[in-house]
Design a protein around this ligand. Sequence first.
Ligand code: ADP
Ligand code: ZN
Length: 735
Amino acid sequence: MPQTAAPDFFDEGTPCAVLTTEPVGSGVLDYLAPEGGCWLGAFVDVPLGPRRVVGVVWGPAEGKFARNKLRQIIRVLDAAPLRSELRDFLTRVADYTLTPLPAMLRLATRVPGLGDGPATRKLLFRGTALPPRMTDARERVLAALDSFGGAGLTPGELAQVAGVSAAVVRGLVKNGGLVEQDAPRDQPYGRLNPALPRSALSDDQAQAAQHLRDAMAQDKFGATLLKGVTGSGKTEVYLEAIAACLARGRQALVLLPEIALTSEFLTRVEGRFGARPAEWHSGVTLTERRRCWRMVAQGDAQLVVGARSALFLPFRDLGLVVVDEEHDTSYKQEEGALYNARDMAVLRASLNGAQAVLASATPSLESWANAASGKYARVDLAARFGPNTLPDMRAIDLRAEDLPSNRWISPSLQRAVTARVQAGEQALLFLNRRGYAPLTLCRACGHQVGCTDCDARMVEHRFQKRLVCHQCGASAPIPTACPACGAEDRMAPVGPGVERLEEEARALWPDARVLVLSSDLFGSARALKEHIAAIANGAADIIIGTQIVAKGHNFPLLTLVGVIDADLGLSGSDLRAAERVFQLVRQVAGRAGRAEKAGLALVQTSQPEHPVIRAILSGDEETFWRTEADARFALGMPPYGRLAGIILSSPNMEDAFALGQRLAMQSAPLARIGAQVFGPAPAPIARIRGRHRVRLLVKAPKGAPLQAALRAWVAPHKLARDLRLAIDIDPQSFL
Ligand code: ADP
Ligand code: ZN
């Protein structure tokens, strides 16, 4: 009888291939099935050299070793086997991004206690009495516990979130400040009820929702671009797609670009479906991660809200993936496996017979083009929900303003802010630069303080009283004497960062409450979340923010947005410079006037005639996208051509360059598919953490088999020790 399908069960002693998370060979090694046999996809412990590692039964044995040389799988772990769709997904992402399979499996198994059974464990709760003696550390422990709203934590977690030693926690248990209770390891999530009544939809919204419901009803793959201006109710609409998905008994996943956005979304889900969904991101405790992973695998988590890595969760029956703010650059993972979660979400949906919904007010050109070509469906929400209108947008021509040096808020912007603050409304000043000043310069010799390990200038952070390298994170005290010429007290900050803008705002509006929102000013995602909630409730009159304010937050009292420097980024040689400025400024402007009062966005620029600035102000988006698309098409650039970035790095610059040159010379495999190689050239950031960086860029026609050609191209080159080669398919960053 001809064998058609691969076997899905291996009897005891049968050879089978196991993929481990260890980077040995292709990552797949042959083993003998354990006592009792094992299923295809089973999570297992296997011996590897002297160690024991986690793996997944990946298929029939590869047969490279004699059977009597094979070792036996130690045991099958108590977890649902990895489903074939997820195995396919890992393989496809590995092939697409040229990432080794073991690294992909690591992404899919980032869960603590994978092999542990469903035991109980000890959780700590507040005791009935306060401890006899209070200390700072004890206070922190109790406060940390309270901040989780009465949920119990394991001793380890509690010590970690409170930032105290295990001994402090043990002491509190002993003196009754904390009590221990046994709890089942993984609590099921509350049931979401898709049939609960929802708010009435506007005509536009109802049509969009109907489109998504019809798509869900087909139980097959499809992708939709949901384009709607800020505040149009995109969330409201895709909640209907989620309802349809849950009603069919399938699971849904919503990806958000920023952890700080999750709490508002969780509350909305609870309001709509009567229970909170599962959460998956770096801000949840290990216990919650484990619970989420297990429940997702069992089908007992109906909806997951998460960061990009949630794409690798072991869903039983994924029916819908929503990528909210799909244009957001943080969807691109820039370290390790270089994947774009937006694109991989569509791939995962296609392998699961699921729907993908990409939502944004300012979609990426990639998605816009996919909708234009009919690959994705597109639904539009053209107006804000309710009586709200979009904010008015106007330029402030900086050339016509009287702006003293070291000041960045023009008189026109100042007047507008004063008027709003007096009316009891909020104003937001947007500047996409963290820290106090982007540059520290010696006025005696002109020396600019740079990072010792990177080719980057040190940025002054006055709040931390240090200079910080934004590339590697290294920091140093702010010098009083010039490190180059030794002159005392001549170091001066040049240019503005949000902290310096805060100083200017406090001087201009001494009676106003000024708050800065910048990712580096908060110790934890939780602190940032609380800060954002406080602002939404009116805790500030003037908000000064970096790009984190552009990401979908809802500030009902905010009626004025001032963009401090719209030209920042326009001059960049980056392929997506125009697209990014357009998205960022329109997103930030969209924060204004989300409640009853009309909003205004004032955009400071020295180039009001620049086509991008004109497009931002006119709001003629389709013309902007079409122009941008035509320009990219003419150049054969993405999305009408394909790019791959090659980064070579080494402590030794010559080594990196020499390999770059060899690659550039021996490019026949690329030429065969019609691809061109540019470079080698020093990367714009030519040194990071002491490693010199050299870049090559490969440009290929759309549809050419780029990955296979890249593999054939780099394969003959053996990398010297210390030399690293990373390939970035569809690069977003060119630094
Ligand atoms: P978007 O995701 O497009 O920015 P949201 O879905 O967040 O828009 O909607 C913006 C605001 O309008 C939210 O406060 C939301 O609750 C409200 N809203 C939108 N649609 C409706 C509706 N049909 N009924 C009631 N409120 C709505
Ligand atoms: Zn550095």
